[in-house]
Design a protein around this ligand. Sequence first.
Ligand SMILES: Cc1ncc(COP(=O)(O)O)c(C=O)c1O
Length: 492
Amino acid sequence: MPLHQYHFNASISSSSSTFLAPPSAFASSSRTQNFSLPLRNSEICRCVATPQEAKTPTGASLLPVSPSFFSSSAIMYLRIAYKTSVSRNANIGKLQAGYLFPEVARRRNAHKEKYPDAQVISLGIGDTTEPIPDVITSSMSKHIFQKCQALSTLEGYSGYGAEQGEKSLRAAIRSTFYADLGINDDDIFVSDGAKCDISRLQVVFGSDVTMAVQDPSYPAYVDSSVIMGQTGQFQKDVEKYANIEYMNCTPVNGFFPDLSKSARTDIIFFCSPNNPTGAAATREQLTRLVQFAKDNGSIIVYDSAYAMYMSDDNPRSIFEIPGAREVAIETSSFSKYAGFTGVRLGWTVVPKELLFSDGFPVARDFNRVVCTCFNGASNIAQAGGLACLSPEGLKAMREVIGFYKENTEIIVDTFNSLGFKVYGGRNAPYVWVHFPGRSSWEVFAEILEKTHVVTTPGSGFGPGGEGFVRVSAFGHRANVLEACKRFRQLYK
Ligand SMILES: Cc1ncc(COP(=O)(O)O)c(C=O)c1O
């Protein structure tokens, strides 16, 4: 019988104290119940970053499992009935905790359980909240209707599309975002999102490269690097993985790293406008970054997922910088432009001029990985992408972005009026609030406990984020206003 058809006989216990901490006195202090579930092995482990086996008083092994699987905030433990002989990937074992945003969600759920009547407002994980503009969804519906009609006929049926994306969409992305920047349609690979492409790029680079990130940074860069085996162990004293160059980005250096102090690495992940700090690099700073990469023979992976949020006259693409095509890849997304976080559509630009040390084009290896690990974005999502890039779609996207930018102003004004130092916001949907001398998780917990508002602790983005909290502008207006009212009450 295949493994997924087994019913695991499990004893279940919960611990809501410390994330993934095994229960110390299992029998006496924890709720227990017997149950039988049709679980797949993969589901048991999916969200567990560092499973630590616990023991029952009789010595039986217990495995911590995803709380979200049980729709509960508590950590659950399954009695292990059977183990395979396959060793766990040691690189995944290096990861410290759950991916940041599931952990924030877990704490939000725990809070909701604790205060079932509270109106919890989420300005935390940075998911979009406003409806996808009608001009885009109508086009998608039309496409689905036509496609479905065709798919049910012999003549109209089609299966896989081009792994790299539909020609018309690649052309529309180029002409909308890269006109006059020397990028060709076939340099653009349409995907199911920037996060997925970040991991595919890591597969292209392999485990032998060194990498640098802005500190703080979007967690997918570091976590995918750890999973690929590019790093050493996590060093608890400095809160960093060995073998990653953390390029400190703070108010002191204007959130742009001091490149004279940055060690050479093969790969440099750089995000502008930045998640989480909201900082956007200037033309002059990006020119220095490109020169730094060129001097060191490095490749920049430039994440422009928030470029359309830019108000200042900073580059929206790394390819606005002369010479960037020889040293940079750019990844981007429809997620935060069109509310496509669930639809899933993004793209990555790999110029033909970008070569490995042996002269082999990076684009050809990326193409190879895309064809092996991915089979192209859904044609329905791509129809939505095309609609986004029509004149009406672009106008509608700008309106939604404008709405979130107004939210940003409300949040910035609130914290400014309370005397906090506030960064970001102007070029990104994130507000980076400084709480000097305080732990980010402590401030996150204080805000959640006292205002029922979920934010994101800055230290979750790297040690450079300690002492900051990120407040996302993705929220309904009424919720943002209510959250700000509560912030004013808490910090008046
Ligand atoms: C900087 C950055 N890059 C990439 C992503 C992921 O984008 P996608 O939804 O296209 O995977 C996010 C999402 O929050 C992000 O903040």
